[in-house]
Design a protein around this ligand. Structure first.
Ligand code: ADP
Length: 218
């Protein structure tokens, strides 16, 4: 019957409207800092607590290396030397992931990405197309001396070639200072960056991060 059809259609429109209104914006956060600053450790805890997806480009790249894909074989050369994998490769990985999963996620904690200003610009563009910008950049502050100590310690049992050689570690810190530190300025000008003390007890550092995240997760 015509009127029924009309009513059904109306109901469906109403239902869609309600659904959109109740859908919260994604909670997208960048965990920032030099190699060894604890991004991975903290991101894992935060992702579980706030039900966000932990996206580590380092982990994604290591999975590609492990599976001996074309991308992995290409990336391995850069990673073993402590250099950055080309922007195009990493941005492509993140674009694919967002394309597949953004609609299903409450939010993302980015760990180890973006690592160059070009990556940060690309991420802003990708997230704009999902109407889900980066809300906050939490930057872990750890002294260089402590970073080298932690990375060498991790190298004893992580099996990561890039953690076992002090020369490679020093190169990663140089790459961080040269290419990655400017990303903090990029987010500073957007008013999104926040420095967090990254030395001390893991739980204490986590509490500082949670204080920042609670503002969005309420
Ligand atoms: P860490 O923070 O301890 O250096 P990651 O797992 O984040 O460890 O990164 C390991 C390596 O993977 C980097 O040294 C780099 O070669 C590569 N990599 C990870 N993320 C990126 C990225 N966003 N851009 C370029 N290279 C990356």
């Amino acid at each position: 019957m015509g009127s029924h059809k009309f009513l059904n259609q109306d109901n469906r429109i109403f239902w869609n409207f309600k659904f959109n209104k109740s859908t919260k914006k994604m909670i997208n956060i960048v965990l920032f800092g030099p190699p060894g600053s604890g991004k991975g450790t903290q991101a894992k805890i935060l992702a579980e607590k706030y039900e966000l997806k932990h996206v580590s480009t380092g982990d994604l790249l290591r999975a590609e290396v492990g599976a001996e894909t074309v991308l992995g074989l290409e990336a391995k050369k850069y990673m073993d030397a402590g250099n950055l994998v080309p922007d195009k490769v990493v941005i492509g990985m993140i674009a694919g992931l967002l394309e597949r999963e953004a609609g299903t996620l409450k939010g993302v904690i980015f760990d180890g990405f973006p690592r160059t200003v070009a990556q940060a610009e690309a991420l802003d563009e990708l997230l704009a197309s999902h109407n889900a910008p980066i809300l906050k950049v939490l930057s872990l502050d750890v002294s260089e001396e402590e970073l080298v100590k932690r990375l060498l310690e991790r190298g004893k049992d992580s099996g990561r070639a890039d953690d076992q050689n002090e020369g490679t570690i020093r190169n990663r810190l140089k790459v961080y200072n040269d290419s990655t530190a400017p990303v903090a300025d990029f987010y500073n000008t957007q008013g999104k960056a926040q420095l967090i003390k990254g030395e001390g007890d893991i739980d204490d550092i986590n509490n500082l991060l949670c204080q920042e995240l609670n503002a969005f997760a309420a």
